[in-house]
Design a protein around this ligand. Structure first.
Ligand SMILES: Cc1ncc(COP(=O)(O)O)c(C=O)c1O
Length: 372
């Protein structure tokens, strides 16, 4: 995949923002609670390795990822901290997990038995570190009933290849003002935990929303994701207990400027007709960069002024209505601040009827990330 280093469409990532968000959260945690930075999906599009370094700088003790390859990327980059793979990994890779001292989520006895065979047959001397996933209402992965949990616990405790390092759950509605489902899940979790004979070193339930708004539920580790990137998990419905600093700014340039005649059209489908004398600029970002086609009508900032994206967004370019003639090379801010105006990832998500997580993760690899 070619990265557009010779093009001015860039995502600037503020490493200080990431470490500040981590520091702020750690200040609120009890002394026995550690923060693991969630850097899956290439650090929510911000760059996993750089985010992990910034999070470590801010005091993160470990990392969470979704898939084995993301964990291996961090090990390859030299991180020796604990890394938890929160998604299910094919049991055939159990020895690779153990050899790299990674921790992995486990959802069934069957998986453990298969993983055990792989670790034994390959003569792997490292123990497989497991965190038992409990499904308390997310309906995704995890054990749901105490008897099954006890069976898995007993199996692990007898096993020579596996170490019971943690147990966790994930809340479906921690970012909602309505507490009903959250309370139900917390109760189910407590019942499941009470059925264990011996508690593992890590018991964890908190994503960002749980950490921010349900502090008493943090157990002894939090999995801090979206808030570390400076984004409010609730999309602004719930107020942040401290100021989150956004880490991503996206900018480009006007690389072509023209004055239109009445009725001149813009873009595929000729869906936009210009007024007489209107100035139109072309910006080198399109849906192949993750700037989705539905962002037609969204504003960008030029010289601190809001300019609408007009016509359909192309694969690599889009057009904007300028307030006046600007020089080619003038900066265009797609996400960020300019003079008194601001466009946030939340604004982009609102325009698309989605969540900011999706916008950050969806920014294509073609857009270079520059770390400041
Ligand atoms: C199991 C689990 N824990 C923690 C997180 C981090 O969530 P957030 O980014 O909302 O903090 C995720 C993200 O989806 C997750 O799947």
């Amino acid at each position: 995949m070619a990265i557009g280093v010779h093009r001015k469409t860039i995502a600037y990532i503020d490493k200080k923002a990431i470490s500040t968000n981590v520091q702020q959260e750690i200040k609120r945690l009890d002394e026995n609670v550690v923060l693991y930075a969630v850097v899956k999906a290439n650090g929510y599009g911000h760059g996993a390795v750089e985010v992990a370094a910034a999070a470590k700088e801010g005091g993160a003790s470990g990392f969470c990822v979704a898939i084995l390859d993301e964990a291996l990327e961090l090990r390859k980059a030299g991180f020796t901290e604990p890394i938890l793979i929160m998604g299910l990994v094919d049991a055939t890779y159990a020895d690779l997990i153990a050899l790299n001292k990674l921790s992995v989520a486990v959802s069934s006895l069957d998986w453990l038995e298969r993983a055990n065979k792989i670790v034994k047959n390959n003569g792997c001397e490292e123990k497989l570190l497991v965190h038992i996933a409990l499904d308390t209402g997310m309906g995704r992965i995890g054990i749901r009933i105490p008897e099954e949990l006890q069976e898995v616990e007993q199996w692990i405790n007898k096993s020579e290849t596996t170490y019971f390092e943690g147990v966790f759950t994930h809340f479906a509605t921690a970012d909602s003002p309505d507490q009903e489902q959250f309370i139900e899940q917390a109760e189910k979790f407590n019942t499941l935990i009470a059925s264990l004979h011996r508690k593992p070193p890590f018991i964890h339930v908190a994503n960002s929303a749980t950490a921010l708004w349900h502090q008493s539920c943090s157990s002894n580790m939090i999995r801090f994701g979206i808030a570390m990137y400076g984004l409010n998990p609730s999309g602004g419905i719930l107020k942040e207990p401290y100021k989150l600093v956004p880490a991503m700014r996206i900018s480009s340039e006007v690389n072509y400027v023209k004055q239109m005649k009445l009725g001149d059209t813009v873009g595929y489908g000729a869906t936009y007709s210009a007024k007489e004398g209107e100035w139109v600029g072309t910006v080198p970002i399109g849906y192949a960069d993750g700037w989705r086609r539905d962002l037609q009508g969204q504003d960008v900032l030029v010289d601190g002024k809001r300019c609408e994206i007009i016509g359909r967004i192309c694969m690599d370019q889009c057009m904007i209505r300028l307030p006046y003639e600007v020089e080619e090379g003038t900066e265009v801010i797609l996400v960020g601040e300019s003079e008194n105006e601001k466009i946030t990832l939340q604004d982009i998500a609102n325009h698309l009827g989605t969540i900011h997580y999706e916008i950050a993760c969806g920014l294509a690899t073609r857009v270079p990330r520059i770390y400041i």
